[in-house]
Design a protein around this ligand. Structure first.
Ligand code: FES
Ligand SMILES: [Fe+2]
Length: 485
């Protein structure tokens, strides 16, 4: 790839061609748990935090009416920092006031009061702060940073947003690197056989239902000669995957085959949702949907949404497991470039392929993403056959940049009809027949959905309750924070 193309694909700040594409999609901007006073005590005093999204500094807050606001951080009067603002109580009409001269803004950015101006002043009617719609779904606050006068497509009714609080868990982490290299890890099915290789399997009896949600430790679906195999064994022993791609309305479906014997093949089905989300299996019954939210050109938050199609998730275990490696309040990993990601050559020789621990697999991907540098120099890479999804995605992104620059719509979930029709998507990890693996995995996925109580009606979170773009029901916050503690 030419250096100019690499610049084009990676620079995402305001006014950039790629930023203009990414602003057509919903992105996660915070976990709902970040507003839970039980986890973040400062939220009891004032539910407001600063966020940086696509190179833009913003304040995210819940006003006294329960509506979410996402506003530009610099006050439109004379530019003071609204993150020091006062949240007016409900009996004063809610809203956020700049402490410099008291100008007040509603969650939709409208200026509501300019108290120092003369009586009868109508100045505030003409002032509107930059504001973006926010909606709560699946334990995550999603925002759309498109043009101020445009309306967003709906948030797609993906499984991760439909599951009730009991069957979902969301967490996030900060990586010091560009968004595209973060996403490109997730659509690279070959790396799991190397980067995440464990030289020893965990006893499947001991891992049980895998309450902490450890990636690759669960069993694959299906059997080899009557025996269940952990995913780690398959990844380790079969390192030359045959990767197939099928375009979908919102991205790519990947089918990765690892032939076990003449009769048996391992099938792993994952998805890339353009522009920056992947969906992968954790186990037979749990799926991970991972968004990559570009903070700016050099920083990215991953947001992982775990969705169970079977038992409720053990949210406390999942959170505790991840908190061991996470610093609050920014969800920053405890290790990184400063401690060489805790690389241990002895472990690399005897336990793992990488040497950065077995408990937290996120650090493996973090190393892959951050060790390339803040923006990978793609003019020096040499792509192989197994990088085909990465190449396909870059072609779609280049085309999308060109289209948006020429006034055409961005593809996939940026389009209302595609977002309205989106569902699932189904993931799979299992060992099945060499002949007929396609119908076998699809039947298995259908069975999994048929058994999911919350898909049968009744317990579902009706995400389309949240149609008002600047607000979301307080009930969703209650449900999620209850589960997150
Ligand atoms: S700078 Fe914010 S009210 Fe004056
Ligand atoms: Fe990975």
């Amino acid at each position: 790839m030419r250096a100019e193309q690499n610049e084009l694909l990676t620079r995402i700040g305001p006014g950039t061609p790629c930023g203009a594409v990414l602003r057509q999609y919903w992105h996660p901007v915070a976990l709902l748990e970040e507003f839970d006073p039980a986890l973040h005590p400062e939220m009891a005093e004032r539910p407001l935090k600063t966020v940086r999204v696509l190179g833009e500094d913003l304040v995210l807050f819940k006003d006294a009416s329960g509506a979410w606001g996402l506003l530009g951080r610099a006050c439109p009067h004379r530019g003071a920092d609204l993150s020091f603002g006062r949240l007016d109580p409900a009996d004063e009409g809610g809203g956020l006031r700049c402490p410099f001269h008291g100008w007040k803004f509603g969650p939709n950015g409208q200026c509501l009061d300019t108290p120092a101006e003369p009586v009868g002043s109508r100045l505030c009617e003409r002032v509107r702060q930059v504001s973006y719609p926010v909606q709560a779904h699946g334990g995550v606050l999603m925002a759309w940073l498109g043009p101020q006068d445009a309306s967003p497509p709906p948030v797609p009714a993906l499984d991760c947003f439909r599951a009730p609080a009991s069957h979902r868990f969301a967490f996030k982490g900060l990586w010091n690197a560009n968004w595209l290299q973060a996403f490109e890890v997730g659509i690279d099915p070959a790396h799991t056989s190397y980067l995440h290789r464990f030289l020893f399997d965990e006893d499947l009896g001991a891992i049980g239902s895998n309450a902490a949600g450890k990636q690759f430790r669960s069993a694959s679906a299906g059997e080899v000669e009557g025996e269940r195999w952990p995913m780690t064994r398959i990844m380790r022993e079969f390192g030359k995957p045959d990767i197939r791609m099928t375009p979908t309305p919102y991205g790519l479906q990947l089918q990765t085959l690892r032939q076990i014997s003449a009769e048996r093949t391992h099938v792993r089905v994952t998805h890339g949702l353009f522009p920056a989300t992947f969906v992968i299996p954790l186990s037979e019954t749990v799926t991970i949907t991972q968004y990559h939210m570009p903070v700016d050109d050099h920083h990215t938050y991953w947001y992982s949404l775990f969705t169970s199609f079977d038992q409720p998730l053990d949210v406390a275990s999942m959170r505790a497991q991840r908190m061991k490696f996470t610093q609050m309040p920014d969800y920053r990993p405890t290790s990184g470039r400063h401690d060489r990601w805790r690389y241990n050559p002895q472990e690399q020789r005897t336990q793992t392929y990488l040497g950065m621990g077995e408990e937290d697999i996120n650090v493996h991907d973090q190393w892959a993403v951050e060790s390339m540098g803040p923006i990978q120099d793609r003019s020096r890479e040499h792509l192989g056959t197994t990088d085909k999804a990465i190449m396909a995605n870059r072609r779609v992104l280049l085309q999308a940049i060109d289209d948006v620059q020429n006034g055409k719509p961005a593809p996939g979930l940026a389009q209302t009809e595609v977002a309205q029709a989106a569902s699932g998507p189904d993931t799979f990890d299992g060992i099945g027949p060499q002949n007929g693996w396609e119908s076998w995995w699809q039947d298995s996925a259908r069975d999994k959905r048929a058994r999911a109580a919350w898909l049968l009606g009744g317990a579902t979170t009706d995400m389309h309750e949240t149609t008002e773009t600047h607000a979301s029901p307080a009930s969703e916050v209650t449900a999620t924070t209850g589960g997150a503690t």
